[in-house]
Ligand binder design. Sequence first.
Ligand SMILES: Cc1ncc(COP(=O)(O)O)c(C=O)c1O
Length: 373
Amino acid sequence: MTAATAGGWPPLRDELRGIEPYGAPQLDVPVQLNVNENPYGPSPACVADIATAAAEAAVTLNRYPDREFVALRTALAAYLSKDTPAGIVPEQVWAANGSNEIMLQLLQAFGGPGRTAVSFAPTYSMYPEYARDTNTRWVAGRRADDFTLDLDAARDLVKTEQPSVILLPSPNNPTGTALPPDAVGMLCEAAGDHDVNGIVVVDEAYGEFRRTGVPSALELLSSYRNLVVTRTMSKAFAGAGLRLGYLAAAPEICDAIRVVRLPYHLSAVTQAVALAALGHAPELLGKVEDLRRERDALVDGLRAEGYDVADSDANFVLFGRFADRHAVWQGLLDRGVLIRETGPEGWLRVSVGTPDEMAAFRAALTDVDGERA
Ligand SMILES: Cc1ncc(COP(=O)(O)O)c(C=O)c1O
């Protein structure tokens, strides 16, 4: 055996061999409701500002960008401050290329060999991959049948596993379930109550879609130094193509992440475009109210037709249950509607789109279900 073939080729880590790269199918069909994007694009005025900002950044591209992205952190802090009476200062904010990169940086800094990350299934399917990629041990507890957290079981798991990172999507993907503040507080206390001094990451990628009266975990930041709240411009801000995720946490957590981030990880163009988009926040977020209404109508409509539907605080809805969910997914796709085959067996997830897209989805579902009957 030669040196080139001894361990297989290419010399991929053993645990990565045979693994398919993560990603929902990207299919060119008329109605795309599978990755929880915002169906409404930016206005011509916003596009014009973004183009100007990108052009101004282009003039500087011979230089590395601001490594600390101070202007962007300041704007993000001002935006987040609306969700907490204590306010957020720029030193409490960090950003990266999507909240996916934020999570990876968090696990690079706070996970690693000999350490454990915990979440509660069903949960965001990328989390185990971040754990794998950072050699962090992965433990998934379970949510209750209604997808809420059983607080006693969660506390016991944290006590037993002593994680250095707890990952809690709220609203949860794929179920849409938001966590009550007492659950977050309890887990922050439990995580800090053992030798590892773990952090609790509340992933609010869909936070802006939460129903009236559901608070953001940002309100708890001043009470728990081990709490991290992540957000993204991919969903409510209609900026999935921008790749800008961010977090709010104690300044020492932001400082710790600076140790693992790649130098200049946020390009000058990304910083400029994100700032320009933030300047249009009221307009970009203006569609959130429409999407929330559309979501609530979808939940009610599906329930009226006899489906099981999880309560949703997000811009998607988990519904079922199907003896053969793949057949339903395929039937919808055959009718030009792409949704996501994800979550517990028997359930499917559909993103909230425009009224026309939702009408197309409902008509296709009636058709597919009629065929099955
Ligand atoms: C719960 C959750 N967190 C994080 C992300 C990552 O979003 P992004 O990397 O686009 O910010 C997603 C994307 O779908 C998500 O569902």
